[in-house]
Design a protein around this ligand. Structure first.
Ligand SMILES: [Zn+2]
Length: 212
C-alpha cells in the first residue's frame, strides 16, 4: 500500500510539472520495517514498479531492494532522524520555488494556505553539492520545525505526516512562489503578521479538514 502510494506520487510530480525528467525523489516512512522506502536513482517515474523502490534504515543500510537508491538519500535520512513523526518527504525542482533558491530569497508568509501547510516563511538552506552530508545538515537546519525548505540553486523539499501532505506542501509552495514573484511585479507584497501565521498554523494542525 505504502509502496503503491510512493509510485502514485511519483507519477503526480511528473504530471503536474513539479519535476522534469528523472530528477527529484520521494520517500515514505514504514514504521513496521523501521526504515523508509525511497525512489531509485535516475529512473523514469512513469515506468517505476514497486520492486524498484529501496528500503533504507536510519543508518543508511539497504534493508530491501536491488536498485541504487536516490542520490539524495542522506537528505531523507537526516530529516527522518531530526523530525520524528514525519512520515513522508517529496523533493522537487519546480521553477518558481527554485528561482527563489537561486536568488537566495526566502519565500515569505504571504498567503494563507502556505502558512497553514508549511508553517510560515520557507527558508533557503546554504548551498552544498547534491548528495552530500553537508547539504543534508543544512537542509535540516533551515527546515527547523516547518514543513518546507528551499535548497540553494537546486529545488524544494516538502515533508508531511503522509505522502499526500508532503506532495501538497510542494504544490502550495510552488504556487505561492509564483504569487510572490507576481506580487512583486505589481507592487510591494503585504505579508501576514506572525500572530496571524501562528493562529492559522495552529488551526490547520488542530482543526482543519475532516477528522474521524
Ligand atoms: Zn534534487
Amino acid at each position: 500500500m505504502l509502496k503503491t502510494k510512493v509510485l502514485e506520487i511519483g507519477r503526480k510530480i511528473i504530471q503536474t510539472g513539479l519535476v522534469a525528467g528523472t530528477w527529484g525523489n520521494i520517500s515514505a516512512w514504514d514504521s513496521s520495517r523501521k526504515g523508509f522506502w525511497i525512489t531509485p536513482s535516475g529512473m523514469d517515474y512513469l515506468a517505476l514498479s514497486e520492486e524498484d523502490l529501496v528500503l533504507l534504515s536510519l543508518e543508511n543500510k539497504v534493508l530491501e531492494g536491488e536498485r541504487k537508491p536516490s542520490s539524495e538519500y542522506l537528505l531523507h535520512t537526516a530529516i527522518y532522524q531530526s523530525r520524528p513523526g514525519i512520515q513522508a518527504i517529496v523533493h522537487t525542482h519546480s521553477a518558481y520555488a527554485t528561482a527563489h533558491s537561486v536568488s537566495r530569497v526566502a519565500l515569505p508568509g504571504l498567503v494563507e494556505d502556505l502558512v497553514m501547510i508549511a508553517g510560515g516563511e520557507v527558508e533557503v538552506a546554504e548551498y552544498y553539492l547534491p548528495g552530500t552530508t553537508q547539504l543534508a545538515q543544512a537542509a535540516v537546519s533551515a527546515l527547523g520545525e516547518k514543513n518546507a525548505v528551499l535548497l540553494a540553486n537546486h529545488g524544494l523539499v516538502g515533508v508531511g505526516y503522509s505522502l499526500e501532505e508532503a506532495l501538497k506542501v510542494c504544490q502550495v509552495v510552488e504556487k505561492s512562489a509564483q504569487i510572490h514573484v507576481m506580487s512583486r511585479l505589481l507592487g510591494t507584497p503585504v505579508l501576514l503578521s506572525q500572530d496571524d501565521i501562528n493562529h492559522m498554523r495552529n488551526a490547520y494542525q488542530n482543526s482543519y479538514g475532516q477528522r474521524t
